[in-house]
Unconditional design. Structure first.
Length: 463
């Protein structure tokens, strides 16, 4: 399974995110603890305040009842009722809080006591306002007793809240103290892990960079016999190392290509030295012979000499030059014309050419040596019916050149990597195609099942 690429930037981001998540969790939990303590305290204050309001309302009703008995004024009746109702509603709201069962039951008892308290208060001021005697005192004493019971119940609830809330508050404080120690430990561990990560990460990174630097220094001195960089991490350092290895191999390949090209140029120079005859003298001589042939009425001889002249002029061009396919094919036709003079009707030359490909470039003298090999080794002993078929086919970004004959074929099959020592011309073609197309061209030699040989050249289009 192929390992997923993880860049150095992603590794650093993930590491920092993990550290930030840890610190954020510590901070959030600290805020949660502080908020919990604050909520506990606020609930305590709210409960105490609510109980004080209830107690204040009951007390106001008692004061209003006493003032009514002293002044015999009905102005205090509304105060008595409203104070009792306020206390009753407050107790109902208080019961809706999340209360222990004991406190809840006490609140229920207080509501019942308030009902009785209201009844005794009403009986007290009704009797007191309707008669001048002191018969209201009995109801007043009952109201006072219930009033005291209510205050005792409120004090009981208040004490319970103090005990329960302070107990919870103490537990939270203890938990917070323990958590503070945990926070200090986590912070210390985070710092230690960060230092360890930086040390390990930087040490690994520097190790690979030093290896690349060492190999680069050796290559700058001309020493290409360096060991390949072995980096197994899936990040930019791995890409850099692999690219460096590919670069070294590419430089080696280019140096080998330059060496081969130099050898071919030396071979071409040697061949040029072998033909020191002045080309102008040679062409002038051929022109004189051609004119003489015309004067004597030997038109075929004239055509043959002109073809030979064109053939020689073409071959004397720079061997490393590039020509259009149209020129190379025209040179091939001149060569075929000369050979047909030799073989007469024993050999037929057939062309199938895609005219749209004639302007693309090809190395000089790439086709004629192959056709020459067909004449020399394939059709030499054939008495009649010899055929050489030349095809130029469009293959998208490539061109396919096929040269076929119906001769005796090759003694063995070989491809572009073959270097037969028996044919310097074909070997030269193979090498020049490699150099010109930078190993993107393919050249294959086949024996056909029906008899004869086939040469296929697959080359990219070069304008």
């Amino acid at each position: 399974m192929k390992n997923k690429f993880i860049s150095i930037n992603e590794k650093l981001i993930v590491s920092y995110l993990l550290l930030l998540i840890l610190l954020a969790w510590v901070a959030l939990y600290s805020l949660y603890t502080i908020n919990r303590i604050s909520n506990e305290y606020n609930h305590f204050i709210e409960d105490v305040s609510m109980l004080n309001n209830i107690k204040s309302s009951i007390t106001n009703s008692k004061i209003a009842l006493d003032n009514l008995l002293l002044t015999r004024s009905t102005n205090y009746i509304d105060t008595i009722y409203s104070s009792i109702n306020t206390a009753s509603f407050a107790i109902t709201d208080f019961k809706n809080e999340n209360l222990p069962m004991e406190v809840y039951n006490t609140c229920t008892d207080l509501q019942n006591l308030l009902i009785n308290y209201e009844k005794y208060c009403e009986g007290t001021f009704r009797v007191a306002l309707s008669t001048a005697d002191e018969r209201y005192i009995k109801n007043y004493n009952h109201a006072l007793k219930v009033y005291n019971y209510i205050l005792e119940g409120l004090d009981e609830i208040n004490n319970h809240i103090y005990q329960n809330r302070f107990k919870n508050y103490a537990l939270i404080i203890q938990h917070n103290s323990n958590f503070s120690k945990t926070i200090l430990f986590i912070f210390a561990l985070s710092i230690l892990l960060s230092i360890l990560f930086v040390f390990v990460f930087s040490a690994k990174l520097i190790k690979h960079v030093k290896a690349i630097t060492r190999n680069a220094r050796e290559i700058s001195k001309g020493n290409f016999k360096v060991s390949k960089l072995q980096v197994h991490s899936q990040d930019e350092i791995s890409i850099l190392s692999n690219t460096f290895n590919l670069m070294v191999e590419k430089i080696k390949s280019l140096l080998e290509e330059v060496r081969r090209k130099t050898m071919l140029e030396k071979e071409a120079q040697f061949l040029a030295l072998q033909s020191q005859i002045n080309p102008h003298f040679l062409f002038n001589t051929l022109n004189i012979i051609a004119k003489t042939s015309i004067i004597e009425g030997a038109d075929e001889t004239c055509d043959l000499i002109e073809s030979l002249s064109d053939l020689l002029r073409y071959t004397l061009r720079n061997p490393s030059s590039q020509v259009r396919l149209e020129e190379e094919i025209q040179h091939l036709r001149e060569y075929i014309l000369i050979q047909k003079t030799r073989f007469s009707d024993r050999v037929e030359f057939i062309e199938m050419i895609d005219e749209g490909l004639l302007n693309y470039k090809i190395p000089l003298l790439s086709l004629q040596p192959i056709v020459e090999n067909a004449f020399k080794h394939g059709l030499e002993g054939k008495e009649a019916g010899g055929k050489i078929m030349f095809s130029l086919i469009d293959k998208g970004n490539y061109m396919l050149i096929k040269i076929e004959d119906n001769g005796k074929g090759f003694s063995y099959d070989y491809n572009i990597k073959s270097e037969p020592s028996s044919s310097i011309g074909l070997h030269n073609v193979i090498e020049r195609l490699k150099l010109f197309y930078k190993n993107r061209g393919l050249l294959f030699f086949y024996n056909k099942a029906s008899g004869g040989a086939m040469v296929k050249i697959m080359i990219p289009k070069v304008e």
